[in-house]
Design a protein around this ligand. Structure first.
Ligand code: C2O
Ligand code: CU
Length: 534
C-alpha cells in the first residue's frame, strides 16, 4: 500500500566527498553583478510586422567559473558566459524577442533519472526556457515538453504587457529541470516602468540584484548532486547544498555607501527556504514581491523566502557607517555588506505609499477548485513521488479556466512539507491559509477546518506568482486568467518535486468548455503496480 509521505529530515546526510561548509573563507570575493544584456538589433514583431522590436540572442553553454577565491574553477552550464546569466532589462509595454540557443554539450554531467516523467528514452541534454512571472503567449512560455537539443534554438516573443516586476528566466525541460537549473541555467528579467521610476527609489548602482542559491561542491570545487544511491533511480526528494552563493559567488561581500539601496532578491534554490536577517538586527523594508511593488513598504527584521519567490527590499545603511553587516540565513552567513565611512548624498526616496493594489473580491470568482498536494512513500518508506491533485502529468487537463474569468484555487496540502506553488501566465493574490483535518479529508473527502483563518503576511499582500502552501493547511489564492488562452503549467517550485510529477498542465480556454470535459472521470492510478486512490 502507498502511504502518504511522512516527515523527513530537512538536511541531506553528508555526502562523503563534499567539502566541509566551513572550508571556504567567508567574504573574500566581491559580489558580482550580472551584466545587462544588449540587443542584437531589431526584428519585426510577431504581433505586428510593421513594428520593429529589440531582438536578443542568448546562448546556453558550458564554461568554468570560479565560485570562490580558494576553489578551483567549477564546471557550469549557463546563459551567455555567467551564472546568473545576463539580466534582460526592459520597460513595461515594450515587447522583445529572445532567441534562446542551445549550445550545450551532448552529455549531461549530473545524474539523470530516466524513470522520471519526460526523461524516459529522451536525449540526455534538452533545454527550454521559461520566463518565470511573464505574461507570455503559450508558444513562448517554455512548455516543458517543448525542449530542444544542442544545435537547436527557439525564438520567443515577450510582450511585457504587464506591470514592473523582477521576473527570472530558467530552464524548464521535462524531468531534468532540477539538474539544468542547478548546473546554472537561470538569470534575471527586469521590467521597469515610468510609474515606478517616478517614485524615485534607489536606482542605477544603488539597485542591486541578489540571487541566492545553495550548491554542493566536492573537494575540487565541482558541483555534486547527491543521489538516492540506486543507480537506476538516482532521484532524491529534495536537494540541500553545503554552500550558499549570491550572484554566483560563495559568501561574497559588497562595499556600500551609508545610504539607501534597493536589493532585488530572488531565491533561485532548488529546495531551500531562507530566513534572512542582518547581523546588527537592523530593520529593513520590503517594497515589492513576485509581481511588483506592494501598496506600501513593510518593515521587517527577518524575511522568509521560498524557492522562486522574489523580494524587493530597501536597506538603509545611513546610520551604520564603518560597520560590517552580515546577511544570514538563521545563523549561516550568506553575504556581507561593508558600509563605508564616507558620507554619501542620497536623494532617493522610499515613499510611504507605492501603488494602489485592489484586493480581488472573492465574489468575482466564477469557480472554486479543490486541489490537493500529495506525497507518496513505498513500503520501505522511501519517497517515490509527489502529485498535484493525485494526478500525473500525462493525464488529461483538469484545470481549464475560461479566459478573463476569476477563480479561487484551494491548495489542500496533505503533506508534511511546505510547497512553493507557481502558476504560469497569471498573477494572483493570497486570500488566506487555514489548518484542516488531513485525516478526514483523505478518508472521507470532507474538509474540516481545525484552526482560524490566517490572513496573508503583510509582505504577501501584493501580487504574487508563487505561494508557500504550508503543510496541513488549505492555502487559498484568487487569480484572473487573463492574457492568452492556451496550454500552460502549474507546479511545485521545489525542483525535485516538480521533476517527479508535481506539475500539471492547465489550459485557459477561450469559451465555456463542453460538459464532457468538465465532468472528467477521476480514476485510480497505478504506481509500480500499486493503486493510488484519490
Ligand atoms: Cu519558475 Cu514553471 O517556473
Ligand atoms: Cu513540492
Amino acid at each position: 500500500m502507498l502511504l502518504p509521505r511522512s516527515a523527513y529530515p530537512h538536511e541531506m546526510p553528508a555526502t562523503p566527498t563534499a567539502i566541509d561548509p566551513g572550508t571556504p573563507t567567508p567574504f573574500v570575493d566581491v559580489l558580482p553583478i550580472p551584466p545587462i544584456l544588449r540587443p542584437d538589433g531589431l526584428r519585426p514583431s510577431p504581433a505586428n510586422s510593421s513594428l520593429k522590436i529589440p531582438y536578443y540572442r542568448v546562448t546556453m553553454r558550458e564554461f568554468v567559473h570560479q565560485l570562490h577565491r580558494d576553489l578551483k574553477p567549477t564546471r557550469l552550464w549557463g546563459y551567455g558566459a555567467s551564472v546568473p546569466g545576463p539580466t534582460i532589462q526592459t520597460t513595461a509595454g515594450n515587447p522583445l524577442l529572445v532567441e534562446w540557443v542551445n549550445d550545450l554539450p551532448a552529455k549531461h554531467f549530473l545524474p539523470i533519472d530516466y524513470r522520471l516523467h519526460g526523461a524516459k528514452g529522451e536525449p540526455q541534454v534538452r533545454a527550454v526556457v521559461h520566463v518565470h512571472g511573464a505574461k507570455a503567449p503559450p508558444e513562448s512560455d517554455g512548455y516543458p515538453e517543448d525542449w530542444y537539443v544542442p544545435g537547436k534554438s527557439a525564438t520567443y516573443y515577450y510582450p511585457n504587457a504587464q506591470e514592473a516586476a523582477m521576473l527570472w528566466y530558467h530552464d524548464h525541460a521535462m524531468g531534468i529541470n532540477r539538474l539544468n537549473i542547478y548546473a546554472g541555467l537561470f538569470g534575471l528579467y527586469l521590467i521597469h516602468s515610468d510609474a515606478e521610476d517616478a517614485l524615485n527609489l534607489p536606482r542605477g548602482k544603488y539597485e542591486i540584484p541578489l540571487t541566492i542559491c545553495d550548491r554542493m561542491l566536492d573537494k575540487t570545487g565541482q558541483l555534486l548532486y547527491p543521489t538516492s544511491g540506486k543507480a537506476d533511480a538516482p532521484w532524491i526528494p529534495e536537494f540541500f547544498g553545503n554552500v550558499y552563493l549570491v550572484n554566483g559567488k560563495i559568501m561574497p561581500f559588497l562595499n556600500v555607501e551609508p545610504r539607501k539601496y534597493r536589493f532585488r532578491l530572488l531565491n533561485a534554490s532548488n529546495a531551500r527556504q531562507y530566513l534572512l536577517s542582518l547581523s546588527n538586527k537592523m530593520p529593513f523594508h520590503q517594497i515589492g514581491s513576485d509581481q511588483g511593488l506592494l501598496s506600501a513598504p513593510v518593515e521587517l527584521k527577518r524575511l522568509f523566502i521560498v524557492p522562486a519567490e522574489r523580494a524587493d527590499l530597501i536597506i538603509d545603511f545611513e546610520a551604520f557607517r564603518g560597520q560590517h553587516i552580515i546577511l544570514s540565513d538563521n545563523t549561516v552567513p550568506v553575504m556581507q555588506f561593508r558600509v563605508s565611512n564616507q558620507a554619501s548624498k542620497d536623494s532617493s526616496a522610499m515613499p510611504h505609499s507605492l501603488r494602489p493594489i485592489q484586493r480581488t473580491p472573492e465574489a468575482s470568482a466564477v469557480k472554486t477548485r479543490m486541489l490537493t498536494l500529495n506525497e507518496y512513500d513505498n513500503d520501505a518508506g522511501d519517497t517515490i513521488l509527489m502529485l498535484l491533485n493525485a494526478t500525473y502529468w500525462h493525464q488529461p487537463v483538469t484545470e481549464n479556466p475560461v479566459l478573463d474569468t476569476t477563480e479561487i484555487w484551494n491548495l489542500i496540502n496533505l503533506t508534511d512539507d511546505a510547497h512553493p506553488i507557481h502558476l504560469h501566465l497569471v498573477r494572483f493574490q493570497i486570500l488566506d491559509r487555514r489548518k484542516f483535518d488531513k485525516f478526514s479529508y483523505s478518508m472521507h473527502n470532507t474538509l474540516r477546518f481545525t484552526g482560524p483563518v490566517v490572513p496573508p503576511e503583510p509582505n504577501e499582500m501584493g501580487w504574487k506568482d508563487t505561494v508557500r502552501a504550508d503543510p496541513g493547511m488549505v492555502t487559498r489564492i484568487i487569480a484572473k486568467f487573463e492574457g492568452y488562452s492556451g496550454r500552460y503549467v502549474w507546479h511545485c517550485h521545489n525542483l525535485d518535486h516538480e521533476d517527479n510529477e508535481m506539475m500539471r498542465p492547465y489550459e485557459v480556454v477561450a469559451k465555456q468548455p463542453a460538459k464532457a470535459t468538465q465532468a472528467l472521470a477521476q480514476p485510480d492510478w497505478c504506481i509500480d503496480g500499486r493503486l493510488v486512490t484519490r
